[in-house]
Design a protein around this ligand. Sequence first.
Ligand code: CA
Length: 292
Amino acid sequence: MKLIAVDLDGTLLNADSRISEVNASAVRKAQESGIKVAIATGRAVYDVQEKLKEAGLNAPIISANGAAVHDDQKRLLISYPMDRSLAFSVLAWLEENEFYYEVMTDQAIYSPQKGHQILTIEMDRVLSANPDVTLKELIYATEKQYSQAGIVRIASYEHIPQEAEIYNILAFSLEEHKLEKGRSRFRNDSSLTMVVSSDHNFEVEDTRASKGNALAYLASHLGIPMEDTVAIGDSYNDISMLTSAGKGIAMGNAHDEIKALCDDVTLTNIENGVAYAIERLLEEACPSPSNL
Ligand code: CA
């Protein structure tokens, strides 16, 4: 094993969206033993760099679900931006259907000014229709959307700067029927790729962009065969890398369908499942004398 690709949300990040010290030191231990550890996430690269900095880590980054790959010197290795007119047609549909969205680009994350209002309205509707859902759950679900680094509010998608490369469009809704309407609109559209990374979202990107493709690119860039790679993740947008890596490890908190596709299952993100998986991988690669 020479390269480990690790997802962030629901995987390396804990409940507070941070990298715990236990996980950070396991990553450092792997790096010190000569193993490359890459981050592979739907988040934007500058957002990931903030998270890594907080944890005192440095790593190659596969961002925007594989639409961009940076090395550990922050240099862009490759990107698969969306065709601008295709991206704009997706965004026009999302605005017409009053979706909260985020457009990840090489410049910033663009999100509509009335995004907050849209989510507040949805929250009210969900709460009045489902007395069992608590406000706390809904706020928790929306928190990630508000806490990212690099968000710029715009009146409409038409204000996205001409020179911005559009990597990924994320649509978010608390309402199931609305979410399903969006997912079914884009699921079978062969001009783009749609993936789901949480219970409340869907994301669209260029057909060349996937975590699996990006991992294959990074591995070949580093001269590492795919058999020597490991991927760790928890959700549907991880399937491409979990199934193409030499070994796929599902988080304990992953859906059963994801676990079924993997070679191994580790603990949950709250239980530092990444650290646990890395310790086991290191042990397999170099068994300690007491276990021989
Ligand atoms: Ca995830």
